[in-house]
Design a protein around this ligand. Structure first.
Ligand code: F6R
Length: 361
């Protein structure tokens, strides 16, 4: 049942305020400015001994893991990174007893992720799951974890589950942070930010008409460039994947800082750039990148907290805490991919060559 929407993708994009509300529900502990994660299976003493965190997933779940790693590093100050699960499996990784491994999966059935989890467990590692489907293979195989409670996701491409997974990582980061060095004040600040997310997502969804007009301009482009820096870079990666999957437009994602090391050669009026430009300590750096693109007559769409003078269009999104901004900045770009694909007559819920759950190698 699409509930009055033309596609499941549109329905699932619009469900995000409720979905995020669900991942937060019952977990916030105002007394200690932290969160409770019932299924984690990791007590405070164990949490204090973690020396590294390695996050594994595929596709959109890998991108959510990249943002998750950033959240964990900034709030819990534990070195963390994310890697595609299949790459990890095939490079005979050093499995270290002081590392906590986290497997991320919407379906909980992705073979490459499941196989990585099984190999890690065989070697004695502790593995948590950040999973949507309750009781799925990865959820069962993991030592504990966090359910992301996005609800059933029918569209082949992931939208609401991405947003909920990143939010679940924010909860995990806050939890680990408050066991370690994150102050009560910062814990409160993050909790206030988390509580604002559902209504801020509602606000973003109201920009759909504007996004539809921009998409009409970009439909039919040969290629698009997505750029962001640090927290914004995984948002760019995910937006680029979404556009490719459903519109079949070629897209690249680059850290904005890497432009001058090569991809600037591609910039010309026919290659639009989509730039993630949050109002944070990197704002001036990001603006400088927009200037470089404009100087080469590139067209620019910015996703930002205030209109960007160098951009042809800006989608303005509400500001949250710096750490939580990536959760919001991806949402308008889900709508951009959607409306671009729609304008090109694509089969949005069932893109060619793709399956919802990849249970083979
Ligand atoms: C992207 C997409 C895929 C999946 C990937 C992992 O829109 O749908 O890239 O994210 O196949 O799937 P899960 O999260 O089920 O492990």
């Amino acid at each position: 049942d699409m509930g009055g929407h033309d596609t499941y993708m549109h329905k699932e994009i619009c469900e995000q305020p409720d979905a995020v509300d669900r991942v937060l529900r019952g977990r916030i502990d105002d007394r200690f400015s932290t969160v409770h994660l019932g299924g984690l299976n990791l007590d405070a003493r164990e949490a204090r001994t973690i020396r590294r965190i390695k996050i594994l997933g595929c596709g959109t779940s890998y991108h959510a893991g990249l943002i998750g790693a950033g959240l964990i590093e900034s709030m819990a100050r534990i070195p963390a990174d994310a890697e595609p699960a299949s790459e990890f499996r095939y490079r005979n990784p050093v499995v270290d007893p002081d590392t906590l491994y986290i497997a991320v999966s919407q379906s909980g059935e992705t073979y490459d992720v499941l196989a990585a989890v099984q190999e890690l467990k065989r070697k004695g590692a502790r593995v948590l799951g950040v999973v949507n489907v309750v009781g799925s293979a990865i959820a069962r195989e993991a030592d504990g974890g966090v359910y992301v409670h996005a609800g059933p996701e029918v569209c082949v491409v992931s939208t609401k589950c991405f947003t909920n997974t990143v939010t679940a990582f924010a909860l995990l980061a806050l939890h680990l942070g408050r066991i370690r060095d994150l102050s009560v004040t910062d814990g409160k600040r993050i909790i206030e930010g988390l509580r604002k997310l559902p209504s801020q997502i509602e606000e973003i969804l109201k920009t759909e008409e504007q996004i539809k007009e921009i998409a009409a301009e970009y439909a039919g482009a040969q290629s698009m460039m997505f750029i962001g820096r640090v927290r914004g870079y995984p948002v760019a990666l995910e937006a680029s994947l979404k556009l490719k999957e459903i519109s079949y437009i070629h897209a690249e994602a680059y850290p904005a800082s890497e432009l001058k090391h090569g991809p600037l050669a591609l910039i010309e009026p026919a290659l639009p750039t989509i730039a993630i430009v949050p109002d944070d300590d990197l704002l001036e750096k990001n603006r400088a990148a927009l200037e470089e693109i404009k100087a080469r007559s590139g067209r620019i769409l910015a996703v930002a907290h205030q209109p960007q003078a160098k951009a042809d269009h800006t989608i303005v999104v509400p500001k949250n805490e710096d750490e939580l901004d990536p959760i919001l900045m991806g949402i308008p770009l889900q709508l951009l991919a959607y409306h671009t694909a729609l304008a090109m007559g694509r089969d949005i819920d069932k893109p060619r060559n793709l399956a919802k759950s990849v249970t083979v190698e």
